[in-house]
Design a protein. Structure first.
Length: 278
């Protein structure tokens, strides 16, 4: 019987994780099968009891990335700092939690980075869970110049927990727009640009440098209005697909010891999304 792996969350029907991971199991001749399982917060405890004896590993998505932590036996220090887990490894009935979102994002940037990541002057737009994972991973990698902008500055301040005020700047949206030319990497982490707000952008790009890299975590639509506007200003653009693939690849490596082929995964998912490389 094949080893069982899952992604759990709610809603989960749209997930492309099974397509990606099952392709990797097949191409690496590993006897594993990956499925999506709809799990809400109220079912989580019983599912964890079941998974301890039946599942080798699983991914966690919204709304469970924080809730899952109370059911784990051990949590990686970076995941603790982020305050969320997206990958769980089952070792003989003990559940170990990690967070591959932020590091996966940073690995995915290798497609477009022109300089070492620690030299970039970075603007993060948004202050939710994805922003937090990326922020802590960038700090973990030694990045020195990070600014966060958000519609509500209080939420950006909450993101720093009062501990990182000396390491990370906070800037109102209007100031970020005015000084946009000072940033070499802009990371858009909000849901602005997804349905039903496909025609919206989180900030104006009037002062964007043509030498900048503009990254949007959204990959459906494959190229948001935000990325289209950045491209029109001759910036280098990247959508959220590399992050999705690399967070999954790092989870796959945790479970199997093998780092899978990310290039083939990109081509596969690009076709499924009906996109063209960006």
């Amino acid at each position: 019987m094949k080893d069982q792996y899952y992604v759990i969350g709610q809603p989960i029907g749209h997930s492309m994780s099974p397509t990606m991971h099952n392709e990797w199991f097949g191409s690496n001749q590993i006897s594993g099968h990956y499925s999506a399982k709809e799990v809400g917060i109220t079912e989580l405890e019983s599912v964890m009891t079941e998974f301890r004896s039946t599942v080798k590993g699983f991914n966690v998505t919204a709304p469970l990335k924080v809730e899952i932590m109370q059911y784990l036996d051990e949590i990686d220090p970076l995941a603790k700092a982020i305050g969320a887990v997206n990958t769980v490894i089952n070792k003989n009935g003990k559940l170990y939690g990690k967070n591959t979102d932020g590091i996966g994002y940073c690995r995915g940037l290798s497609y477009v980075l022109k300089n070492p990541i620690e030299d970039e002057k970075i603007l993060i737009i948004g202050a939710g869970g994805a922003a937090r994972a990326i922020l802590y991973s960038l700090l973990h990698l030694g990045v020195k110049h990070i600014t966060i902008t958000n519609r509500t500055l209080e939420k950006a301040e909450d993101l720093l927990d009062g501990k990182l005020m000396n390491e990370v700047n906070i800037m109102p949206i209007s100031d970020a727009e005015e000084h946009l030319g000072n940033f070499s990497l802009i990371i858009q982490t909000t849901s602005v640009g997804m349905k039903p707000n496909e025609n919206s952008t989180p900030i104006a790009l009037t002062n964007l440098s043509p030498d900048a890299i503009v990254s949007d975590l959204i990959y459906s639509p494959f190229k948001t209005v935000f990325l289209k506007e950045a491209e029109e200003r001759n910036a280098t653009i990247q959508n959220g697909l590399p992050m999705f693939i690399y967070q999954g690849a790092l989870a796959f490596q945790e479970w199997t010891g093998i780092f899978p082929n990310t290039i083939d995964a990109y081509s596969l998912l690009e076709r499924k999304l009906g996109g063209t490389k960006c």
